[in-house]
Design a protein around this ligand. Structure first.
Ligand code: T1G
Length: 687
């Protein structure tokens, strides 16, 4: 039995599965389970069975890479029949993260014991799926329908202490003594001659909700916005309704039907693509896995403004002391005040304690002047986006920072090589481009300069995870990856309204595609003073600002807003748009269809993505997907622009780009890589 071992200790059969990295329930693991349970079922010296995993975690679910392929036997159901319906008590001994099919397997056991550091959960919704191993039928029987809706539609893991409270586990083991305590637990079950408690037989938590349609209707209403565009949540709700209304076996059949609808859906294929894409970004092909990362024990941040403060919080959250530098005491106090307020707001929501707030605040070392950064392992500057200022700062850092310190710029578009050029240590310089709000957005673009050393890159890719970020490596170009490709989306949005399509029509098309908000509502939210200027040429945004329309925060922008911030199309904005169009001599083409708007704005992104890939700015197409999903909330159930392009079909996109080029010119000239792939049956996913 390759994936595990079996042994017997004082009448307790112990099945230990060991299939790195996360004991996913691959066919090999299922066979090992099937074989070992059959053996122990027949072994008279065995009175009870403990199921435990070696390595970093209990089963972390089905093997996601097996989905979309024909499922090999035995399936999870076969293993279940031996475990749940056997004559001997089975105890799941949980450490790490018992997730998805892994936790469903634990629910098929008669009892569950876990170490305090463990977590259990059913995160399938994040893969566009539902728990297809009985989780939607068994969990409601333990926690009730209402709690099951939150746990399964939410998809977040539940820490052991909370799981015990909810009944998701039956006991806590001592940390580090899981097997010992699981065996003792098994003996107690035998000594007390406790019945074989099958979760499937419990009705006390589901019967009270029979006929309670309002419970589900209310849940749908309350979560409509978060569930919009996703297919899986509605199927999960239906499965839990079945758990309440139907006998167990009928519920299991219903669950399988609902699972089947999802596993072959484009949404789930996209979300599974994203699962692996997010884990692929940290792998840099030309960087040997043995490249030693530099130890980052202390950090420095220059600038305590919105970005600097947010960046600093990431390090504080990871327990790394930060020297926070500002030019004036007033600016320093203001910056630190904002950080404290952010933490206190989080504490008010119960997501951290007052002690944790103080503990993080004590890690800040305020400083007036760069000299305080001499000992920092890593310094990130977040000063004004002007090359001369950046060069001045890096010149000074070069003079005072210790040798081997990493010097990073948070610039969102300036040339990292030019900045590195003012130092004597360009190998220690790179870009670390955070997205606003920097303490929330998970994307971190790591910008590799021409001379940045492998050690510095390896360090950045590794510690990104330490501070809760997903690193995407980019070479130097204007706007790097996310801003560059999404810049085309904004450019086409600005162009199409000058040709007579209303901002509201553009926003509706983009909203219906799946973004939380279209480009013009987004601009009004962020503020035209933030996103408005930046061009000396006459623009609609510039004119709106000169009419003192800054967006939601002042006098409206592309829209007018009522006291509840409800947007209505603005006649003033429409007049300004028509005026600028006339001034630029742009022909009015009338209101475009949603399909045309989508092609215009999103195919422009795909085309630019193909250029970014062709130029080697991005390592792989899926990195562009991750950057757009995490940096610009591109809807994850499309898989991101490049994955979506493959699903639309590259020949179709190429043909449309050529049509658009014929009308709108150079901006739509198909990228060579896209043309090549379209003409050779290639795809971005297959590289
Ligand atoms: N299948 C296949 N590979 C997996 C995997 C899985 N379930 N989970 C992780 N990996 C790989 C991952 O790609 C990476 O590979 C390595 O393991 C380490 O992962 C019937 C339908 C467990 C919390 O959704 O959330 O069960 O990049 O980098 O940060 O109802 O992995 O090294 O080559 O993420 O320590 C439900 C998914 C499946 C859990 C560990 N389960 N995994 O996090 O490591 S659907 C999940 C995670 C299901 C049933 C259904 C996390 C983790 P590589 P990592 P980590």
């Amino acid at each position: 039995m390759k994936a595990g071992t079996m042994n017997v200790e004082s009448g307790i059969g112990i099945i230990t599965i060991d299939s790195p990295p996360v004991n996913a329930l691959s066919v090999g693991v299922r066979r090992a389970l099937d074989e070992s349970f059959k053996k122990f079922a027949a072994d008279e010296s065995v009175n009870a069975i403990v199921l435990i995993c070696a390595g970093r975690t209990f089963f972390a679910g089905a093997d996601i890479s097996e989905f979309g392929k024909p499922m090999e036997e035995p399936n999870l159901q076969a293993v279940n029949d031996i475990m749940e319906n056997g004559q001997k008590p089975v105890i799941a001994a949980i450490h790490g993260t018992a997730l998805g099919g892994g936790y469903e397997l634990a629910l098929m056991c008669h009892y569950r014991i876990a170490v305090p550091s463990a977590k259990v959960g059913l995160p399938e919704v994040k893969l566009g799926l539902l728990p297809g191993g009985g989780g939607t039928q068994r969990l409601p029987r333990i926690v009730g329908a209402a709690a099951a809706l939150n746990i399964i539609v939410g998809g977040d893991p539940v820490p052991a202490a909370k799981a015990l409270e909810l009944g998701m586990i039956d006991a806590l083991a001592e940390e580090g003594c899981l097997l010992r305590d699981a065996i003792a637990f098994a003996h107690n079950i035998l000594n007390e001659n406790k019945p074989l408690a099958r979760v499937r037989d419990r009705q006390d938590k589901v019967d009270p909700d029979k006929g309670n349609a309002e419970l589900f209707a209310d849940f749908r209403r309350k979560n409509a916005r978060a569930m919009r565009g996703f297919k899986a949540p509605e199927n999960i709700i239906k499965a839990i309704e079945a758990a309440v209304e139907l006998p167990f076996d009928k519920g299991i059949t219903r669950e399988a039907e609902l699972f089947h609808e999802l596993v072959y859906s484009p949404e789930s294929a996209a979300q599974r693509h994203y699962f692996f894409a997010e884990r692929e970004t940290a792998k840099v092909p030309d960087l040997p896995r043995t490249t030693p990362p530099i130890d980052v024990k202390t950090a420095g941040v220059i600038g305590a403004g919105t970005m600097g403060g947010g960046i600093a919080m990431n390090f504080l959250n990871a327990g790394i002391p930060v020297t926070l530098v500002e030019m004036s005491q007033e600016a320093l106090d203001r910056g630190i005040g904002v950080i404290r307020k952010n933490y206190e707001n989080t504490a008010k929501k119960g997501r951290m304690t007052a002690e944790q707030v103080e503990q993080r605040m004590t890690l800040i070392r305020p400083a007036l002047g760069i000299d305080a950064l001499g000992d920092a392992d890593l310094v990130i500057e977040a000063v004004f986006e002007e090359m001369a200022i950046k060069k001045d700062v890096f010149g000074k850092l070069d003079a005072i920072c210790k040798s081997g310190a990493i010097l990073a710029s948070n610039t969102s578009f300036l040339d990292i090589d030019e900045i590195a050029g003012v130092t004597a240590r360009p190998e220690s310089v790179l870009g670390l481009h955070f997205f606003s709000p920097a303490n929330v957005m998970r994307l971190l673009e790591v910008v590799r300069g021409a001379k940045t050393s492998p050690e510095v890159i390896a360090t950045a890719m590794k510690f990104a995870k330490t501070i809760g970020k997903v690193p995407v490596l980019a070479r130097v170009c204007h706007g790097f990856i996310a801003n560059r490709v999404m810049g085309c989306y904004m450019d086409q949005a600005d162009a199409i309204i000058l040709e007579g399509t209303s901002p509201a029509a553009v926003d509706k098309a983009i909203y219906d595609y799946g973004f939380a908000m279209g480009p013009f509502q987004m601009t009004d939210l962020v503020g035209l003073d933030v996103l408005g200027r930046g061009s000396n040429a006459r623009t609609v945004r510039g004119d709106l600002v000169s009419h003192d329309r800054l967006g939601q925060k002042k006098n409206g922008g592309f829209y007018d807003y009522d006291e509840n911030r409800k947007p209505t199309p603005s006649t003033i904005a429409a007049t300004i748009i028509a005026d600028v169009a006339r001034f630029k001599g742009i022909e009015n083409r009338g209101e475009q269809t949603s399909e045309e708007i989508i092609a215009r704005l999103l195919y422009a992104v795909i085309n630019e993505g193909a250029k970014v890939l062709g130029e080697g700015i991005a390592i792989r197409a899926s990195d562009i997907d991750v950057a757009c999903i995490l940096g610009y909330n591109w809807p994850v159930y499309t898989g991101g622009p490049m994955f979506w392009a493959d699903s639309v079909g590259l020949p179709r996109i190429l043909a449309k780009l050529k049509d658009l080029e014929a009308v709108y010119g150079q901006a739509f000239r198909p990228a060579r890589l896209l043309e090549e792939k379209a003409n050779t049956g290639g795809s971005f996913a297959r590289g």
